[in-house]
Design a protein around this ligand. Structure first.
Ligand code: HEC
Length: 143
């Protein structure tokens, strides 16, 4: 019986086809990923990450004993401005009352801090804890 082993040269052909398949697969994957990415709005995540940065800076200031109003007020002001845009960043959630309440609670916390800024590190630590609670209250339900 004739042997079934492939003719010489066909191994190279299989390798070539395999590589073509691999390259086409990679190109298709990149195209799909880019299409998905283009549909994603970067604003909501960007807003959240900047808020996280500002709250992180406040926590860091409390830990580093830098708790004067000039250390903290700019961060608090920035958080207040950012919090204005929470609803517009999540158009699908903005009509949910729990979402709106969570956003308002965060703004209320920050408003209080603007009206009477933390005077020392104890008060700053209490403020960052409260801000963290307000973030979590929304993330628990919507993140
Ligand atoms: C009213 C609701 C709400 C409040 C308040 C809120 N978040 Fe979010 N946050 C969300 C939602 C919804 C997501 C999920 C976003 C997504 O993945 O598209 C999220 C995601 C995030 C993320 C992940 C972003 C990413 O790149 O995937 C971070 C970080 C974050 N929030 C930080 C904060 C911080 C810090 C605060 C408080 C200062 C806060 N958030 C307050 C609703 C909220």
């Amino acid at each position: 019986m004739a042997s079934q082993s492939p003719r010489p040269g066909s191994a190279g052909r299989y390798l070539f086809l395999f590589l073509v398949g691999l390259v086409v697969g990679v190109i298709c994957t990149v195209m799909v990923l880019r299409a998905l990415q283009a549909r994603m709005d970067p604003f909501p995540d960007a807003l959240m990450n900047v808020m996280a940065h500002q709250s992180g800076e406040l926590e860091g200031a409390a830990k580093a004993n830098r708790c004067t109003t000039s250390d903290t007020l700019p961060r608090v002001q920035s958080l207040r401005m950012l919090a204005n845009d929470i609803e517009s960043a999540f158009p699908d959630l903005r009509d949910d009352t729990r979402f709106g309440t969570a956003a308002s609670n965060l703004r209320a916390t920050v408003d209080k801090a603007l009206a009477s800024p933390p005077a020392d590190c104890t008060q700053l630590a209490a403020l960052t804890r409260q801000i963290g609670e307000d973030c979590k209250a929304c993330h628990r339900d919507f993140r």
